[in-house]
Design a protein around this ligand. Structure first.
Ligand code: HEM
Length: 427
């Protein structure tokens, strides 16, 4: 009996030590350094894999059966509805948690040096998480799903040159229909989970290779304290897993995942909205020339974040949120400025310019000029922070990114909550 307990503990230890080194820096265990966000995201991915596999037992990916098979999951006495709720809430929460994890990595300057390639892997993971959610969105085949996917795939057609081909490829034809459901099902249940697991294992391995989480530079000359992984780190990880699981399980027991009326291609809801994480893009589409909103701006943003770790010469203090108090104040001021400017621009555009027919303007006036205008505002902010607030390049960069992210978040908020029938602004 004692021997089998000893064996089990050995197996557990060797599993843990494959993921972690035997000892870690004590400082990296501070909860407020990472808030356990990476661990929460990893837990949600595992929960999604398990609940996704269980749903395969009752879900039918045909347009005449998909909706019914989801409805049947909610039969009294069964666990199907609860499992679907867990899958739905975990998927949505994963988008939020992954975004916050991305923010924490950026704001503690954990994306430079040996971690820069892991930052790129992280960006790929973030895109995968969003795409996983989006492809899963269609599965219930209800009105919400049908129109959200119709809107997003038609947004893709604005991409120059390859847009319409990409739309047809994703839809499996010209319209959203049985081929689209089959394509999305294959991507959602086959391709994405495999890519996700491979990339995640690589992500974890790179965290370990970089020597664990980021920590502050040691200038005292005294070697930083190191403590054993088991039980110190493992106990904290178990706590984070239990916390996030209890939140999802409780939430799923109380609130059902939404299921609208069955998809009706002949009756579009008003307003017809994309999935919430694409609402920022849909909002941008109202204000910018389509190919700029859907292609040029997102590619510029992606390029900026991919280049970020390779362009910084001078970084703020590593392992310190915002690089310190001054950085935090800059980020707050820049964030407020980004939010205010976005709301103001949307209001002016909606109230005066769109009514005067500005949406009919050419790509030059409705696309290039406003895009360059926004870039100039961010460059101006950078120089104000460096010259007037005497910030370092790294601190100014935190300010600029905070301004941009708050602007993007404001667009999402406006799209989700402040757009009513005909996409008019409502308060
Ligand atoms: C499914 C999505 C993701 C999962 C499950 C995940 C998981 C993790 C975990 C468990 C850690 C170590 C603990 C922690 O930092 O909390 C970590 C660290 C890291 N992650 Fe992620 N991650 C994901 C997405 C991302 C994204 C979107 C980025 C950024 C673009 C990113 C970049 C990094 C970096 C650079 C580190 C090392 C941080 C440091 O050394 O302090 N990850 N990730």
């Amino acid at each position: 009996m004692a021997k089998s307990t000893e064996n089990r503990s050995l197996t557990f230890s060797s599993f843990v030590f494959h993921l972690h080194p035997p000892k870690v820096h004590a400082e990296t265990l501070r909860f407020t350094l990472s808030f356990g966000l990476g661990g929460m995201a990893a837990t949600l991915v595992v929960l999604l894999l398990v609940t996704g596999l269980l749903q395969l037992l009752s879900y039918s990916p045909q347009i005449d059966q998909a909706y019914l098979s989801i409805q049947q999951m909610y039969q009294p006495g069964g666990l199907g509805g609860f499992i679907r709720n867990c899958h739905y809430w975990a998927g949505n929460l994963l988008v939020v948690i992954t975004f916050f994890h991305f923010l924490r990595v950026f704001l503690t300057t954990a994306f430079t040096g040996p971690r820069r390639y892991n930052w790129i892997v992280g960006l790929a993971l973030f895109l995968l998480v969003v795409f996983a959610n989006f492809t899963g969105y269609l599965m219930p085949w209800d009105q919400l799903a049908y129109w959200a996917v119709t809107i997003f795939t038609s947004m893709l057609s604005y991409i120059p040159v390859i847009g319409s081909e990409l739309m047809t490829l994703l839809r499996g034809g010209q319209e959203v229909g049985s081929e689209t459901l089959a394509t999305f099902y294959a991507i959602h249940t086959g391709i994405i989970p495999v890519l996700m697991v491979v990339l995640l294992l690589y992500h974890f391995w790179m965290v370990r290779k970089a020597g664990g989480l980021i920590k502050q530079e040691n200038t005292s000359g005294v070697a930083p304290a190191r403590i054993t992984t088991h039980p110190h780190l493992v106990a904290r990880e178990v706590a984070v897993v239990c916390l996030i699981l209890s939140i999802i399980l409780l939430f799923s027991a109380v609130i059902d995942a939404p299921l609208g009326a069955e998809a009706n291609p002949g009756q579009s809801p008003n307003p017809a909205k994309a999935a919430w994480y694409f609402m920022g893009l849909q909002e941008l589409l109202l204000h910018l020339y389509p190919s700029f909103a859907i292609c040029v701006v997102p590619l510029l943003v992606l390029f900026f974040f991919i280049r970020l770790p390779f362009g910084v010469k001078e970084t703020p203090a590593k392992g310190v949120w915002f690089g310190g108090r001054k950085g935090a104040l800059n980020a707050a001021i820049s964030g407020i400025a980004g939010t205010g400017l976005t709301f103001f621009t949307v209001l002016i555009d909606d109230t005066f310019l769109i009514r005067k027919g500005s949406s009919q303007l050419s790509w030059l006036w409705r696309g290039l000029v406003p895009t360059i205008g926004c870039c100039l505002i961010l460059v101006l902010l950078y120089f104000i922070l460096v010259r007037i607030r005497k910030c370092s390049a790294g601190e100014a960069q935190i300010g600029v990114v905070s301004c941009f992210l708050c602007g993007a978040a404001s667009l999402t908020v406006i799209g989700i909550w402040l757009r009513g029938a005909e996409m008019a602004l409502v308060w």
